[in-house]
Write a protein that binds this ligand. Sequence first.
Ligand SMILES: [Zn+2]
Length: 323
Amino acid sequence: MTAEDYSGRVDELFERQLRDWDTVRDNYAALDGACLRTLELDDALIVLQHNPERRRSAAARLDDTSQPCFLCRDGQPAEQEAIVWADRYKIQVNPYPIFPRHLTIASLDHVAQSLASPTRVADMLALARALPQYVVFYNGADCGASAPHHFHFQAGIKGLMPLCDEVSDPVMWPYESHLEGNNTGFVGCTRCQGRLLFYIHTNNEPQAAIYFARLYIAMLGVNEHGREPSLNLLCWVDGDDYHLLLVPRAKHRPACFGTGRGKLLVSPASVEMGGLWALPVQDDYDTLTAQQVSDIYNEVCIDNATAVAIIDHFLTTEKTLPL
Ligand SMILES: [Zn+2]
């Protein structure tokens, strides 16, 4: 796996695409002027962003296969460039950004969105190392992926998702939240303002992949439909340390999803789990409250009984898995 830092090449890619592609130039300029508002949920922060260009993503129909795949070369705008990484992925500028630097990192092959192959999470960890200024994230096919038929990660520049900073505070991890901890790493589970989340922190890259594989297998063990467990996953590197935030999901969209009175146009995914809500509708942006955010987190994340079942499986899985 390549250990090279891709920051310089990605910066150059942004420069070229901002210069040569009107959609990218317009949408990043609009994001630069986007309104931001913060909500406080006790000790957690939520940032709201008014972002009209995200309407297509928030409202996307997941079963729509009538359009050509926009992650395959034939379905992409002529202006879209790519940096090939590890002979298997293409790093591209996301033309509909939430972050002032927002990447889509798609498989070169048109294959389904799934982390079932252990190489995917190994790739994610290596990507986070290659892009140390970014948080790399993955949305499951049924909980936020805008292209569920074509495997992809995304990455957003660090510093905008409050949860990524909040989890590094030891106050968030009292003893009873520890699942496993030793001199090679830590795994914890807690509920943060409605979000039931698992957190892996280690300076050992293979160990991070093993911890994730054990959690994934544990989730499969409590899952009745036999498909990939619904999940959002965020990953970043800080010096020698690897961080993985896993948010198992119970639902894709809240009951209030939609437009009009009493409705909210948002499909919560990794970024919203990280505490950043991109809201395309002005009225949603103006009126959303901390209590509503917390209620939606509780609604779309798993309940405590499911979490306990996952933890039981996790604690009984083999601690070294063949990867
Ligand atoms: Zn495709």
